[in-house]
Design a protein around this ligand. Sequence first.
Ligand code: GDP
Length: 472
Amino acid sequence: AEVLGKKGSDLVMNLMKKGKMLAINATLDFDTAASIAEEYNVILEQEEEKDIMEEAFGAEEEEDESKLEERPPVVVVMGHVDHGKTSLLDAIRHSSVTKGEAGGITQHIGAYTVQIDGKPITFLDTPGHEAFTAMRMRGAQITDIAILVVAADDGVMPQTVEAINHAKAAGVEIIVAINKMDKPSANPDRVKQELTEYGLLAEDWGGTTVCVPVSAHTKEGIDNLLEMIILTAEMKELKANPNKKARGAIIEAQLDKGRGPVATVLVQSGTLRVGDPVVAGPAYGRIRAMTDDKGRRVKSAGPSTPVEILGLSEVPAAGDSFYVAANEKQARQLAESVIAKNRETLISQTPQKVSLDDLFNQIQSGNMKELGIIVKADVQGSVEAVRQSLEKLTNEEVRVRVIHGGVGAVTESDVLLASASNAIIIGFNVRPEPAAKAFADEEKVDIRLYRVIYNAIEDIQAAMKGMLDPIY
Ligand code: GDP
């Protein structure tokens, strides 16, 4: 209101007209605040919070061209459910193994690399755009090419469209795999026709979208698809500097009973080595061991290589960026900053506890059936008097119930109880202990202090009717 040059009550009225009943000291989310501001011709911009890691390690710098070396493409498979994403990933993995590639049985670590005529391609092993989008939301831009799987007998379906939109939003190249070509009902032309509606025009129709007919079952067209990936990657000239400290993204992570936190990382630039001190979100540690996608122990991993690492202090989230730090101390300090920041965010996002100011809103919205109150007073007689007077306020809409009463100052344990049971605290001729006050602020527990019983009754009554004077 201050910035807009308006009265606070005007904004409250405005919000009320939109069906939002809020107290004058309520906190608005960004979207609500922005839409109100816009009505007064003010554009609200959200301040970008600088990332802890980016501050410590800098954004990925523009590298000197001479330091850059070619790196393998990172590919994700997307498409509608049952169109064959998993089958295709299996077929691709299998095709490289049967060609006598070293290593034999592949391990599932969340990503794998295949060699096509000596050129590697890295596939993310988690099909679907949910995983992909989740990673993007965490700021990890890790894929170069998206294989859009469309079943030739089914055509473009809702999740196909979603996948197209996700891929476009992320700015990744789309290659279409028209799958299930072995089926008699396969109709690749229909697929191509439908794709034109979403801005994807096949190459053989005069467009730029590579469409490859394949069958995950008969393996027809798989080699061709892989060649197309290599070609597309070459055109994109994907490069990275392998000769520096590694950074990249967490692909998968879990807690292993015997081995502790286990994470699959995709190195995006630099080279990761056993013994490196790393930090990934809230997790840090020195890399104890690394295993590649064929289950082999490795000592180092360069750009676009997925490896499973051991040695982290806890389990990071998929999509967290990882960095090799200067030393273990820096890694630990950064992880601790992330933990502290996460905690802050969590507290600020914890739903507001009930306060007298928003009691009426909660009653109106049906969230409140019972108002829990904790009464603290100087003498036992007052506790009982306040309890009885307040409980009498119960009406058809809300039941007023004193869940705890006692003699003495408001303590931390009163606040804890209030917080856990979503109650408010009434102090009668007593004050909160300083620690309890601080704790109540943190937990957003409403503490009201009175010297006259009548005032307490009046306030609760007014709040139940939505007429409480706001406190500034
Ligand atoms: P996803 O949900 O996209 O991962 O699809 P799946 O890989 O699980 O495949 C869904 C179904 O389609 C399964 O029954 C597969 O056996 C079948 N399928 C996948 N690829 C082909 C194919 O090329 N030809 C035929 N005929 N069936 C296929």
